[in-house]
Design a protein around this ligand. Structure first.
Ligand code: ASP
Ligand code: MG
Length: 423
């Protein structure tokens, strides 16, 4: 048994959905569980529906939702003939669920509504892809993952109840495989014990795929992406990006920790625990080798570069030139926790505590306000943090050219530098 995950870009158009069909057709004779994301930018579009609804702008919310409906119906129309009507009926049921909610007034918290609305993107896309594959002779069974993935009610960042979910996998998914070779379901979403929909955090479908792979003891997880493989840096930021054919779990966790947009950080643990290899493959050309991520040591990795832009330096200094003590630091960390801030870098000195954060103005303002009760706060915006794993002097020199290094932290494997443009 294998698990495949197809991201939003792989199902963003009629042509791409047909391409997914070509890929899975090659695996028709194996047991395959396929996790699919919402089509293209649907999740972002649904987020806007929720914002309008929560701001009590019902008209805009309904209008934005209408555009999403039309787009999905159009794609279904192009793809389907015999299965069109049954797919449309299923889609309309999902539409109605959201519209009922949109006609109400918000009385609960923002994130609750977010999940009830945003979860529908995955339901729409899987319903269309499943109908298309069935019509194309690739027999599969559509499953609502909310009947399988039980989570807590931490909306937008729900935690999976592993025991309950494993039982559901045993009770529902495993028997289905005696009847069907292929199961199609949604990534990113789950449900509470009160049948409220939940989401696992943006880009959470990779994580869903990994949890399924773990619980089904799959042979492998394959993540189908629009890139040819995992790269040593983001090709949008650097011209001379190179492909990494082989990685191990620990290296991947480190890369994700420093902000590389390779894979959702939660994805690795469920795979690592059961030694399940993960393949990153390109849905545009399935013959390319991609990247394999496994448990074995990998030697001779190139410098792996992560550049985080829009960073803010917050310097918290003691008022009276006394030392910044444990007490102050504890307070600052309490603020980080309360505001869900994960600093990119921190450093403690005699009379100041320095941290570097993503530029989320609202959070920074709250942090500065909270900390200014006991420390002097200085804020500098417009910086970047460059992390290089397996660094070389050459890589450091090249990547810091034209920049001032404001702060530098280094271990034998990793160097991190806070940079400011010189001009
Ligand atoms: N559709 C969700 C998102 O765009 C989940 C995913 O794609 O993994 O974040
Ligand atoms: Mg996605």
């Amino acid at each position: 048994m294998k698990v495949f995950k197809f991201g939003g870009a792989s199902v963003s158009s009629v042509e791409r959905i047909k391409g997914v069909g070509e890929i899975v057709r090659q695996h028709q004779n194996e047991q395959l569980l396929i996790v699919i994301s919402a089509m293209g930018k649907t999740t972002n579009a649904l987020e806007k529906v929720n914002e309008a609804f929560f701001n009590r702008d019902k008209e805009t919310a309904l209008q934005l939702f209408d555009e999403i409906k039309k787009h999905h119906l159009d794609i279904a129309k192009y793809l389907l003939v015999t299965n069109y009507l049954s797919c449309e009926t299923q889609l309309r049921d999902f539409f109605t669920e959201v519209e009922w909610l949109l006609h109400d007034e918000p009385v609960r918290e923002h994130d609750y509504y977010y999940d009830q609305i945003v979860c529908s993107g995955e339901l729409f896309s899987t319903c269309i892809v499943s109908a298309y594959l069935n019509e194309a002779g690739i027999t599969n069974k559509w499953v609502d993952v909310r009947d399988i993935f039980r989570t807590n009610d931490d909306f937008r960042n729900a935690a999976i109840d592993y025991d309950f979910t494993q039982n559901k996998v045993n009770e529902i998914i495993k028997p289905l495989f005696q009847e069907y070779k292929m199961i199609i379901t949604q990534g990113f979403i789950g449900s509470t014990d009160e049948n409220e929909s939940t989401t696992l955090g943006r880009e959470g479908s990779d994580y869903t795929g990994a949890v399924f792979a773990n619980m089904l003891e799959a042979e492998s997880l394959t993540i189908w992406k629009d890139v040819t493989s995992v790269m040593n840096s983001d090709p949008k930021q650097f011209a001379d990006t190179i492909s990494i054919p082989e990685l191990n779990y620990n290296e991947t966790i480190e890369m994700a920790f420093y902000g590389a947009q390779v894979i959702h950080p939660n994805t690795i643990k469920p795979l690592q625990n059961k030694h399940i290899p993960m393949y990153v493959k390109c849905f545009l050309d399935a013959t390319l080798p991609g990247t394999v991520i496994h448990n074995n040591p990998v030697h001779q990795l190139p410098p792996v570069i992560v550049l985080k832009e829009k960073q803010v330096l917050v310097k918290a200094g003691s008022r009276d030139f006394s030392f910044v003590g444990e007490h102050d630091v504890r307070h600052l960390y309490q603020l980080f926790e309360d505001l869900h801030i994960k600093p990119t870098l921190t450093q403690i000195g005699a009379i100041s505590f320095t941290c570097v954060l993503d530029d989320w103005p609202e959070k920074i303002e709250k942090l500065a306000f909270g900390a200014s009760a006991f420390l002097d706060i200085q804020i500098t915006r417009g910086l970047s943090v460059l992390t290089i794993r397996h660094y070389t002097e050459e890589a450091i020199n090249k990547l810091t050219k034209g920049k001032r290094i404001l702060l530098r932290q280094q271990t034998p494997e990793t160097i991190q530098m806070l940079l400011e443009d010189i001009n």
